[in-house]
Design a protein around this ligand. Structure first.
Ligand SMILES: [Zn+2]
Length: 536
C-alpha cells in the first residue's frame, strides 16, 4: 500500500535540494518527494497518510564503522549504567541477578558504568564485585571499554596476580598495599574483552547469536541508524547476521568488513557479496596500528605521555602492500585501521602501489579512523581517491586525551574540513561500543569540535551542520557502495528515513544531541518508534 508522509520538513540531502514537505513511499522505495499537492496527486486512492505535524525527516543515518555484535553482546549483559544503577550497591544487585542467568563456564558480565557518575565517585573494586559474585568470575566493563573491573575469581582465571608488573600499553589498578584492586586499563582490558566475547559467542546456539544481533539492531535503530558497517566480521558473527537476516530480525542494512585472516573462509564458502538487501560482505579489515587513546597509534616521534613509545605498527610496508594487492585482486574493498601518521603513511604507500594516481579507486579502499592524517597525507589520500571512515564523536569523548598525547599537533587531528576541501569522501561513524553509537553526538562534535573539558580541538576544522550530516548520510553511503540506494531521499531510493523532533540543520549546535528520534523507518517499515506515528 502507498504511504504518504506529510506535514514535515524534509532534509533530503539530494544534490538538487528542492524544498520538500511530503514524500510518497511505494514498495519500500521512495516514489516521490516534494511539494505536498504534487506528491499527493501521485498516491493511489486509499493511501496511508501519516501527518508529522512539522517534524523533520532526514535520510536513514549510516554508521560506517562500528562493532555491531559487540554492541549486542554488551546489551545482553547486566545494565550497570548511570543513572539506572546510581551506586555500587545497585551494581552489585544487577551482577547478583545476572549470575542467576549466566551459564556455568561464562563470566558474569555487567557493563556501562562511569566511575565519576556513581554516588561513590570511584571505580568499583575487586572486593565490591566479590561481595556480589563470590566464587565465580565476574567482570564489569566501563562504558568507554577502556577499563573494566574483575573479581578475585576472574583475576585468577585471567592469570593475574598481585605483584604483576603493568603490561605494555596498559595498567592495573592497585590498592594502598600495592595489591591488584581489580581494575584493568587499556591493553589488558582489550585482550580480555576480545577473549570473553569470542568465548561466549562460540558457546551460544544459533538462536542466541541471532538474538544478540537483533538487540544490537534495536539499540542502533533507536538512534536513527538504518545502515552500519560491522568493522570486524568473523565466521561466528557472520552466521549470527545471516540467521537474523533470514528471520527478518535485522533493523539495519549491514555491510561486513571481514577480518583479514578470515577471508579464505569467506571466499571458499562463496559468501562474498550481497546476500540480501540487508546483508552484504564485500570488504576486508586490516589493522595497521594501535589506538589513539591508548597511545599505541604509530606516529613519527614519541608520545610525551605514558607509555612514551612511538606506537605499534603491525605490518611493514612490503608486507602490507602484498596483502592489499592480494585482497584487491580477489575483488575485496580493503579497509585498513590507521590512526598515527606513520601508519597512515605506510597504508597510503601500500595503496599507491596498486592504484595509479588519477585513475580513481574503483573498489573504494578505505582508511579507518585516520586521526593523524596531516595535510601532506590528506593530499596523497585525495589524489588516490581513498575513502576515510572517521569518528567525530571521539572529539568530545576522548579529545582531552588526544590533546595530551599530541600537544600542539592536536589541532590537526581529525581535520574534517580540510579533508573535505581536499576532495576526500569522509564517512561518519562511531566505532561503538568504544563510544556511544548515537550519530547525533558525532554530528554535534563535527560542528563544535569541543572536548569533554571544553577545549576546542582544531576550530578551523569545524563543519557546518549540513556537512556534518552528510558524513552520516551521502558520504557514508559511498563508503559502503550504496549511494544509489541510500543516504538521500530521492525517487527510486530505498525508503530509509528518520523522523526527528527538531531539524539538526537549524538547531542550536549545543542542543543537537537533545533532538529526539520519533521513528526510524527501513524500506518503508518502522523499525523503531518512540510513540505510534506509523501504523504498526
Ligand atoms: Zn573499530
Amino acid at each position: 500500500m502507498d504511504l504518504v508522509v506529510s506535514d514535515a520538513v524534509f532534509v533530503t540531502m539530494a544534490a538538487s535540494a528542492e524544498p520538500a514537505e511530503c514524500m510518497l513511499v511505494r514498495d519500500g522505495r521512495i516514489a516521490a518527494v516534494g511539494q505536498a499537492e504534487a506528491v499527493r496527486a501521485l498516491a493511489a486512492p486509499g493511501a496511508n497518510v501519516v501527518r508529522l505535524g512539522g517534524a523533520t525527516v532526514v535520510p536513514g543515518l549510516i554508521d560506517a564503522h562500528c562493532h555491531v555484535s559487540d554492541i549486542g553482546y554488551l546489551a545482553a549483559s547486566a545494565d550497570c549504567s548511570q543513572p539506572s544503577a546510581p551506586d555500587i550497591p545497585a551494581i552489585q544487585a544487577r551482577l547478583r541477578e545476572a549470575a542467576t542467568r549466566t551459564p556455568e563456564g561464562s563470566w558474569v558480565t555487567g557493563s556501562g558504568y562511569v566511575e565519576y557518575k556513581l554516588r561513590e565517585g570511584r571505580h568499583p573494586s575487586r572486593a565490591d564485585l566479590d561481595r556480589a559474585v563470590p566464587g565465580r568470575p565476574a567482570v564489569l566493563y566501563h562504558t568507554s571499554l577502556h577499563a573494566c573491573v574483575l573479581n578475585t575469581a576472574a583475576l585468577r582465571e585471567a592469570g593475574l596476580a598481585d605483584g604483576q608488573p603493568d603490561p605494555p600499553g596498559g595498567a592495573f589498578g592497585r590498592d594502598q598495599q600495592g595489591r591488584l584492586d581489580g581494575v584493568l586499563y587499556e591493553s589488558p582490558m582489550f585482550a580480555l574483552f576480545e577473549r570473553n566475547l569470542r568465548h561466549d559467542i562460540a558457546r551460544m546456539g544459533a538462536a542466541a547469536r541471532a538474538r544478540l544481533v537483533e538487540m544490537a539492531g534495536q539499540r542502533l535503530a533507536a538512534y536513527g541508524l538504518t545502515a552500519a558497517c560491522d568493522a570486524d566480521l568473523r565466521r561466528d558473527t557472520f552466521a549470527a547476521f545471516a540467521d537474523a537476516d533470514q528471520g527478518g530480525l535485522l533493523s539495519q542494512r549491514i555491510y561486513g568488513l571481514v577480518v583479514h585472516d578470515q577471508v579464505d573462509w569467506l571466499l571458499a564458502a562463496g559468501l562474498r557479496g550481497r546476500h540480501s538487501d540487508r546483508l552484504a560482505t564485500e570488504a576486508v579489515k586490516i589493522w595497521a596500528d594501535g589506538g589513539m587513546s591508548s597511545r599505541t597509534a604509530a606516529i613519527h616521534g614519541t608520545y610525551p605521555v605514558p607509555p612514551y613509545g612511538s606506537g605499534i605498527l603491525y605490518f611493514e610496508r612490503d608486507e602490507l602492500t602484498e596483502m592489499v594487492r592480494e585482497f584487491d585482486a580477489r575483488g575485496l574493498q580493503v579497509c585498513i585501521h590507521a590512526q598515527g601518521d606513520r601508519a597512515i603513511e605506510t597504508v597510503l604507500d601500500a595503496y599507491a602501489a596498486i592504484l595509479a594516481v588519477g585513475a580513481g579507486n574503483p573498489r573504494r579502499h578505505r582508511i579507518e579512523h585516520g586521526g593523524a592524517m596531516y595535510p601532506p597525507l590528506a593530499a596523497q589520500a585525495a589524489a588516490l581517491g581513498i575513502v576515510v571512515a572517521s569518528q567525530p564523536g571521539f572529539l568530545s569523548v576522548l579529545g582531552d586525551g588526544f590533546a595530551e598525547a599530541f600537544g600542539d599537533r592536536s589541532d590537526e587531528l581529525y581535520s574534517f574540513a580540510s579533508w573535505r576541501r581536499a576532495g576526500i569522501t569522509v564517512a561518519g561513524s562511531s566505532d561503538a561500543p568504544v563510544i556511544t553509537a548515537d550519530p547525533l553526538v558525532g554530528i554535534r562534535d563535527a560542528v563544535l569540535r569541543r572536548t569533554g573539558d571544553g577545549r576546542l580541538l582544531g576550530p578551523a576544522e569545524r563543519l557546518p551542520a549540513r556537512g556534518a550530516l552528510a558524513l552520516y548520510t551521502t558520504q557514508a553511503a559511498i563508503a559502503m557502495h550504496r549511494e544509489d540506494e541510500i543516504g538521500s531521499l530521492e525517487p527510486g531510493r530505498l525508503a530509509d528515513f528518520v523522523v526527528l523532533d527538531d531539524n539538526p540543520l537549524e538547531a542550536d549546535p549545543e542542543h543537537i544531541t537533545d533532538i529526539g528520534v520519533l521513528a526510524t523507518v527501513l524500506g518503508g517499515t518502522p523499525v523503531y518508534q518512540s510513540g505510534s506515528i506509523f501504523p504498526g
